[in-house]
Design a protein around this ligand. Structure first.
Ligand code: GLA
Length: 367
């Protein structure tokens, strides 16, 4: 039987957290861990979705009504894509798709965006000669917002679709425009520290932060009506806000956007030490002002920051559990892993996982 294979990566965000839905700048990168889809054509009008890691699988007819259903488990992601492609009159081939992932799930490395982008890419590749990846990222984000019900920004789907080996992706979420920033780490390694903390409250807390930012923007607009998003606000305008919490949220957003600009400058000069310091300040801002870290991510990032040979560390993604990242000299790696592991276990009672990762390409066909 003729089959094809496709791959979509996970992502880390190097800096620029919780800025995508505030119209700011983010600096994610696709990683070499990700999800593979084996696509097998069928001729019986059925679509069958399998996973090598989950026992749940789903079979539908090509023209079945599709709605979100929690019982459909992980298959809601590909089903949401299929439903939306159909609504937009793309032809959906009868097929079996087998998903296989080496991305730790639910850990904030965008496994759901990877499955969405991968499904859309694999299906469209059967009938369309070229796929516009910016369109694809927006399409998948819309499915996540409307079908899955998570009010995320564009960063995850965009980096999964458009990531590039050895490059970070500087994405302007207001203009929806990107540039590639070469990331030359030399003797340093990009390290992921997985807190293994289940992110149970994440969706409600995420949506709460989003509403707080919308409220802050509304209040600032009363006196500065020209600004389109919170990232365009000036720091002094925070005094306009009538609530201490809103002031803290806005302070994170405005200062983080400035840090991304600074980060790009120093990366272009290959000044990794300053980049590392910006990562540390970003983490502190997410901890104190945006309040999305928690004891697990703080322990990982702050322990890492103290270790010789580590240039910087911060949480990555939405927070409330999930992963932190660090930039660590290769000769310090063993000691780094031991020290972080030991401290994390003593504080939380959980064994974390630490992986060295590489920056890879966005979604593509393997065979
Ligand atoms: C999640 C969301 C993204 C982004 C990050 C925080 O990963 O899916 O859109 O908001 O959180 O930067």
């Amino acid at each position: 039987m003729e089959y094809k294979k496709y791959f979509a990566p996970g992502r880390v965000n190097l800096i620029g957290e919780h800025l995508d839905y505030n119209g700011g700048l983010v600096l994610p990168a696709a990683i070499t861990l990700g999800v593979t889809a084996t696509f097998i054509p069928r001729s019986d009008n059925k679509i069958v979705l399998h996973s090598a890691t989950h026992s749940f699988c789903k079979e539908i007819s090509v023209d079945d009504e599709i709605e979100f259903d929690a019982n459909n488990d992980w298959t809601n992601y590909p089903l949401g894509i299929i439903a939306q492609l159909r609504k937009e009159n793309h032809s959906i081939p009868s097929c079996e798709i087998i998903f296989e992932s080496n991305l730790p799930e639910g850990s904030g490395l965008s496994s759901s965006a990877a499955v969405e982008v991968l499904t859309a890419y694999a299906l469209l590749s059967q009938t369309e000669s070229s796929i516009n990846l910016v369109w694809l990222a927006n399409f998948c984000k819309q499915v996540e917002n409307d079908f899955i019900g998570v009010k995320c920004g564009i960063m995850d789907q965009y980096s999964v679709a458009l990531g590039k080996k050895d490059n970070a992706l500087l994405l302007d979420c207001n203009k929806i425009h990107h540039d590639y920033i070469p990331l030359e780490l030399g003797d340093y390694r990009l390290v992921i520290m997985n807190s293994k903390k289940p992110r149970s409250l994440i969706h409600s807390k995420y949506n709460e932060r989003k509403s707080e930012c919308e409220e802050a923007l509304m209040q600032i607009r009363n006196t500065n009506s020209e600004i389109r998003n919170l990232c365009e606000a000036e720091m002094v305008w925070i005094d306009i806000l009538n609530d201490e919490t809103l002031k803290k949220r806005a302070r994170h957003v405005i200062s983080e956007n400035l840090r991304v600009k600074e980060a790009v400058k120093v990366l272009e000069m290959n000044d990794l030490s300053t980049f590392g310091r910006l990562m540390n300040v970003s983490h502190a801002s997410l901890k104190n002002d945006y309040e999305v870290t928690g004891i697990e991510l703080d322990t990982l990032a702050e322990t890492a920051q103290q270790i010789k040979g580590c240039l910087g560390a911060r949480m990555t993604g939405a927070g409330f559990g999930g992963c932190a990242i660090a930039i660590v000299h290769q000769t310090a790696m063993e000691e780094f892993k031991n020290k972080v592991n030991e401290k994390y276990l003593s504080v939380t009672g959980i064994n974390c996982e630490i992986y060295e990762t590489q920056i890879g390409d966005g979604v593509h066909q393997l065979i």
